[in-house]
Design a protein around this ligand. Structure first.
Ligand code: LLP
Length: 433
C-alpha cells in the first residue's frame, strides 16, 4: 500500500519486492540505470492530464483554448507530447519560443509573453510567425508595431492587465495585484495602451489577458476578476475584445493534505465568471483562454535521489544528504515549498523516523525537506520526491558545478531517456578563456 498515492503519478504502485514503481518501471532500477538525481515523467499521466484539460474546457459551454505555459518545463519530450495532444503554447522568452518551434508547435498556436521582451525576441517571434503577442507594457507597443510593419503584417495582440485582485498564494508568485511589474495597470495606463494599439495599422487587438498568480486553490478570485475585465471592456469598447485569457494558476497537491480543485471545477469557475460578468453588461461573451503550467506537468514528474550520508546529531536531528538539491529543485528554498518524500526501495515500510533531507550544495539553506517522515534510512537508499514535474528542472542551475539531471519518460514498463544528464564538458562548453 502506497500512502502518497495522491501526490505521485497515477501509475505509481509497489512491486512485490517493495520498490516504488512508476509507469510499470521499478524506480530503483531506473536510478541504477540512469543515475541520480533523475527526473521521471509518467508519460500516460501527462497525456491524460492534457486530455483532461482539453475535455474540461470543451465542456464549459464557451469557446475555449488550452495554452500550455512552457515555463513550468520546456523539455522537448514534454513539449512534443503536449503539441501532439493539440494544445497551444505560451512562451515567455526567446529560449522558450525556440523550444516550442523545435517541438513542432504551429507558430499560430504560440503566445509570446514577457514583461521585458527584447527587440531581438520580438523580431524572432514575428519572423517565426507567432500567432499572438501578449503586450505587457506601454514601451513595447512601438517595438512590436515596427517589427510587424517591417514584415507588412498585422500582428494579433492581447493586452495584459493587472486586475487588482490579490490571490491567496506565496507573494513571489502572486501577480494579479496592482503593485506588480506585470501588465498594464487598470488604474493607470491600460486605457492609453488600448488606444495606442487600436491606432496602429499593424496591430490587431483581439482581447485581454490577466494572470492572477500560481498554486491557487481558491476559485472565488475569478468572479471579481471577470467583473473587472468586463467593466474595463465596457469602458474602452468591447467590439474587439473577443478573447479573455485568464492565465494559469491551478494548484497541485505537493503533500497529502493539499486538496486542489479538479481541472473541470477550475475550468467551470473561470467560464461561469466570464459568462456572468460579460452578459450582465450586455457584452458578447469572449473566448476563454487558459494557460496551465504547474497543473499540466507537476504531478506526472518525480525526482529520484540517492542517499549518500546520514548524520545523527543527538538531541537535535538527523540529516540525510542526497546527491542533488537546490541545483535541481529550488522551490523549497525560494518559496518554502513542502514536499513529502517516499523511500523508493522500501516503499511500504513504516515512515516512523524523521529526517532533514538536504542536498549536496555548500549552503546550510540547501534543505529539500525540513521534516521528512521516512523509514530508517541507509546510505544507498533511493528517495523519491513526488510532484516535481513543474518548476523543477525548469529552474535548475549548475551551482557548485553540478550537472543538471537526466529526464526519462516511463510508460508500459519501458523507460526512455528524453534528456541526457549534463556533462562537465557541457558545463564548461561556453567558456572561451
Ligand atoms: N501564464 C502566465 C502569464 C504566467 O506568468 C504563469 C506563471 C502561467 C501562465 C502558469 O501558471 P501556473 O499554471 O504554472 O500556475 N516558479 C514558481 C511559479 C512561477 C509562475 C510564474 N508564472 C513556482 O515554482 O512556484
Amino acid at each position: 500500500m502506497l500512502a502518497a498515492n495522491q501526490v505521485l503519478p497515477s501509475s505509481a504502485s509497489v512491486t512485490p519486492d517493495g520498490h516504488l514503481s512508476i509507469g510499470g518501471c521499478d524506480a530503483v532500477a531506473l536510478a541504477d540505470e540512469f543515475g541520480t538525481p533523475l527526473v521521471v515523467y509518467d508519460e500516460q499521466h501527462l497525456r491524460q492530464t492534457a486530455r483532461d484539460f482539453v475535455q474540461a474546457y470543451a465542456a464549459v459551454g464557451l469557446d475555449a483554448e488550452v495554452v500550455y505555459a512552457s515555463k513550468a518545463y520546456f523539455g522537448l519530450g514534454v513539449l512534443r507530447l503536449l503539441q501532439q495532444e493539440g494544445l497551444s503554447v505560451d512562451v515567455a522568452s526567446g529560449g522558450e519560443l525556440h523550444a516550442a518551434l523545435a517541438a513542432g508547435f504551429a507558430p499560430g498556436r504560440i503566445y509570446l509573453h514577457g514583461n521585458n521582451k527584447s527587440p531581438h525576441e520580438i523580431t524572432e517571434a514575428l519572423e517565426a510567425g507567432v500567432g499572438t503577442v501578449v503586450i505587457d507594457g506601454f514601451d513595447e507597443i512601438a517595438v512590436i508595431e515596427r517589427a510587424a510593419a517591417a514584415r507588412g503584417r498585422r500582428q494579433r495582440v492581447l493586452v495584459r492587465v493587472t486586475p487588482g485582485i490579490d490571490p491567496a498564494t506565496h507573494a513571489a508568485i502572486a501577480t494579479g495585484q496592482v503593485d506588480s511589474k506585470f501588465g498594464f495597470s487598470l488604474a493607470g495606463d491600460a486605457q492609453r495602451g488600448v488606444a495606442a494599439i487600436r491606432a496602429s495599422a499593424h496591430l490587431e487587438l483581439v482581447g485581454l489577458h490577466a494572470h492572477l498568480g500560481s498554486q491557487l486553490f481558491d476559485l472565488s478570485v475569478f468572479a471579481p476578476t471577470a467583473e473587472v475585465l468586463a467593466e474595463f471592456a465596457r469602458e474602452v469598447g468591447a467590439d474587439d475584445i473577443g478573447v479573455v485569457d485568464l492565465g494559469g494558476g491551478l494548484g497541485v497537491a505537493y503533500t497529502r493534505d493539499h486538496e486542489p480543485p479538479s481541472i473541470a471545477t477550475f475550468a467551470q469557475a473561470q467560464a461561469d465568471a466570464l459568462r456572468s460578468a460579460f452578459t450582465a453588461r450586455g457584452l458578447r461573451v469572449p473566448r476563454l483562454l487558459c494557460e496551465p503550467g504547474r497543473s499540466m506537468v507537476g504531478r506526472s514528474g518525480v525526482t529520484l535521489y540517492r542517499v549518500g550520508g546520514i548524520k545523527p546529531i543527538p538531541g537535535v536531528r538527523t540529516y540525510a544528504s542526497v546527491d542533488g538539491g537546490m541545483s535541481d529543485l529550488l522551490r523549497p528554498m525560494l518559496y518554502g515549498a513542502v514536499y513529502e518524500p517516499v523511500l523508493a526501495n522500501r516503499a511500504s515500510a513504516d515512515p516512523d523516523r524523521t529526517y532533514r533531507v538536504v542536498g549536496k550544495h555548500c549552503e546550510s539553506g540547501d534543505i529539500l525537506v525540513a521534516e521528512a517522515h521516512l523509514p530508517e534510512l541507509a546510505v544507498g537508499d533511493v528517495v523519491c520526491l513526488p510532484a516535481t514535474g513543474a518548476y523543477g528542472v525548469a529552474m535548475a542551475s549548475n551551482y557548485n558545478g553540478q550537472p543538471r539531471p537526466a529526464v526519462v519518460f516511463v510508460a508500459d514498463g519501458r523507460a526512455r531517456l528524453v534528456t541526457r544528464r549534463e556533462t562537465y564538458a557541457d558545463i564548461l562548453g561556453r567558456d572561451l578563456a
